[in-house]
Design a protein around this ligand. Structure first.
Ligand SMILES: [Zn+2]
Length: 238
């Protein structure tokens, strides 16, 4: 394992244009549950599976039930960044990291100090009225009774990409361009089975692909370095 950390350090030292692509595993180490994992949100007190509740049609047709789940399960306001978030922010500061591409919606990268973050799935911290576009804080949304409403009467919707919704074009374009131009790509905390992770890393043309994940992934064979460990353990050492 130490040889691998040594190699990772060397690869980072030699690169100045690194992109980090992070999945749910980055946030779970801050204590935020991954609703897709077995010990996540399943087997709980909801009549529908999380993927159904967090879909566009469910939001439109069962807004009450959506918000009951959302407020109970998606409130990430009281979580703090972990060592991985802080190291990445520090590496961006030193000119090593060009951008972070994340599937997480908690803004913990920004909270740690990262500036260039492509949020593929949006952010819980931004909320807009569906009728007039007025923006609202997450604190207000989570504290509201029932369905949060704008002063104009419209329903407030979190700026989170729900199932059945497409990703924001400008975010995807930015993420693809960062990945396509990167010298080194570090992929962490994702099994690379969930769209769009698998598709996006195919744009990488650089020489150094590093995968850090607790379990093996189907992309391991393509990587120059695979570390099967928690992100925290790895980032603590680099
Ligand atoms: Zn409004």
């Amino acid at each position: 394992m130490n040889d691998k950390i040594e190699l990772l350090r060397k690869l980072i030292d030699e690169s100045n244009n690194i992109v980090f692509f992070g999945g749910a595993g980055v946030s779970t180490e801050s204590g935020i549950p991954d609703f897709r994992s077995k010990d996540g949100f399943y087997n709980q007190q909801y009549k529908y599976p999380p993927e159904m509740i967090l879909s566009h049609s469910f939001f439109m047709n069962n807004t009450d039930e959506f918000y009951r789940f959302y407020k109970a399960k998606m409130n990430c306001l009281n979580y703090e960044p972990n060592i991985t978030h802080f190291k990445l922010a520090e590496m961006e500061n030193r000119g090593k990291i060009e951008a972070v591409v994340t599937q997480n919606i908690d803004e913990l990268h920004q909270k740690a100090g990262s500036k260039k973050v492509y949020e593929l799935h949006g952010s819980v911290l931004r909320n807009f009225c569906m009728k007039c576009g007025k923006s609202y804080t997450a604190e207000g949304v989570f504290a509201s009774e029932g369905v949060p409403k704008c002063e104009c009467g419209g329903i407030i919707k979190p700026d989170v990409v729900l199932y059945e919704e497409s990703l924001d074009d400008s975010v995807v374009t930015g993420a693809i361009s960062a990945i396509a131009n990167a010298e080194m790509l570090i992929v962490g905390g994702t099994s690379l089975t969930v769209y769009p992770a698998s598709g996006l890393i195919n744009y990488f043309r650089g020489k150094k692909l590093v995968l850090i994940n607790r379990d093996q992934t189907s992309y391991d064979y393509r990587a120059d370095l695979v570390i099967n460990d928690s992100l925290g353990n790895v980032f603590r050492q680099i």
